[in-house]
Write a protein that binds this ligand. Structure first.
Ligand code: UDP
Length: 408
């Protein structure tokens, strides 16, 4: 984050978009809006806040961001909630529930809130609302795949959500019908001006890949994602084995740790054991924007083999680089991958289908180029940060009006 201003985006989104953002945000100038999530680094939520927060301030809003202080015992519990809400059969016991709410209560004692609007992201800081006198509207922003939550977990979590004035989801299939709260949809978005997403000199890309042992003269397929069971890295290896029977290809699995995801290290180590002795698999556990950019740009195909997926910014990022994507037909992915147009969608556990589509693209470069270009246009028209900001501005105005808190 290097002090970018909204004007810097003119060449990509056009003057009208910038002017509209300034016009629409005028009634919110000076309004204090606070985002609370659970990590500064790793994962899509932090990724978007790093971009949106400074740019919203550039519009004149006092748009802030605080991170709940988790203890080492807190994040394994909140990851359980995450897993349960994505459908896993896990139980959170009473002691764990006490820690979950206790850490939220503790945070409320040293975090004073005098803001006009609160935006709380995901389940980790969700109970915070119970520990404040409610002086302003609160919005719960859910980024996870809620299509088939574990019922018991959902009932427990829902009791906190009921206190919120509004809820925001990434796709309509996540807006649970048994949730009486106001619901809105705001799809995530990427920042085209970050190191990760900016156009990069191809010689520099090759240098970075070669430094990691990747041969830039051979075909490359990749998945860039946290090492998380929902991203199914083991399944990606199975798909790779099948692809390898038809084309001489290398695989990169790139992931970076997120401080609110305690399972990543174990999954990474398991995977390392699993691929021992197998050729042409590069598994990299490291945070590097340059490397993400080089891998997504240089891959012949980017895979996103998620079993559940809130949205999948990694898909957006790959499409923005005009790289064709073969991905699971789950969660928010089909908003981005339009089957046969911007990539291919597969059943999440159908390894043959994944392999067949990947080989098809590698063997037909014209097809790959066409899908990639369509994907880039689709992202340009729908999933850039300026669109997300405009939707949030409208959302905040609507919330303030409907709750009649704060004069507009
Ligand atoms: N990411 C990264 N380095 C990595 C792996 C992922 O910077 O090695 C970033 C990725 O580029 C994307 C975000 O983490 O911006 C992941 O967001 P996504 O919505 O795909 O998944 P989440 O992790 O939030 O489930």
């Amino acid at each position: 984050m290097d002090g970018r201003r909204l004007e810097d985006y003119r060449d990509i989104v056009g003057d009208k978009v910038i002017a509209t953002l300034f016009k629409e945000s005028t009634p919110l100038r000076g309004k204090r809006i606070l985002n609370v999530n659970s990590t500064f680094t790793g994962g899509g939520v932090a990724e978007m806040l790093w971009t949106a927060v400074p740019l919203m301030n550039d519009l004149g809003l006092e748009y802030g961001w605080r991170v709940i202080h988790g203890t080492p015992e807190f994040f394994p519990i909140t990851k359980k909630w995450h897993n349960a809400l994505q459908g896993e059969d896990v139980t959170v016991n009473d002691h764990e529930k006490t820690i979950y709410t206790g850490i939220n209560e503790l945070f409320s004692r040293f975090t004073h809130i005098k803001h006009d609007v609160m935006i709380v992201h995901d389940p980790q800081p969700l109970p915070l609302i119970s520990f404040y006198p409610k002086r302003q509207p609160w919005i719960w922003r859910c980024h996870i795949d809620l299509s088939e939550p574990n019922k018991k977990a959902w009932e427990y979590i829902k009791k906190f959500i009921l206190r919120y004035d509004n809820t925001v989801f990434s796709a309509d299939k996540f807006a649970q019908s048994d949730l009486p709260n106001e619901k809105s949809l705001i799809a995530p978005a990427i920042d085209p001006m970050t190191t990760k997403n900016m156009e990069m000199d191809s010689a520099r890309q090759e240098e970075i890949l070669e430094k990691h042992g990747i041969d830039t003269d051979r075909y490359l397929i990749s998945q860039v994602s946290r090492f998380d069971k929902w991203k199914d890295p083991k399944g990606v290896v199975e798909v790779f084995k099948k692809v390898k029977k038809s084309v001489d290809v290398q695989l990169v699995l790139l992931g970076a740790p997120a401080s609110d995801d305690p399972e990543g290290q174990e999954i990474f180590q398991d995977l390392q054991k699993e691929i021992q002795g197998m050729e042409d698999i590069h598994i990299i556990n490291k945070q590097s924007e340059l490397l993400v950019n080089a891998v997504q740009t240089q891959s012949n195909v980017v895979i996103q083999k998620s079993l559940r997926e809130g949205f999948g910014l990694t898909v957006t990022e790959a499409l923005w680089k005009a790289t064709p994507v073969v991905a699971s037909d789950v969660g928010g992915i089909p908003l981005q991958v339009i089957d046969g147009e911007t990539g291919f969608l597969c059943q999440p556990t159908d390894y043959d289908e994944f392999a067949e589509k990947i080989v098809k693209i590698i063997e037909n470069q014209c097809l790959g180029k066409e899908l990639g270009q369509n994907g880039k246009n689709h992202v340009h028209n729908n999933f850039l940060i300026t669109r997300l900001m405009l939707e949030w501005i409208q959302q905040i105005k609507t919330t303030l009006r409907s709750t009649k808190v704060g004069a507009l």
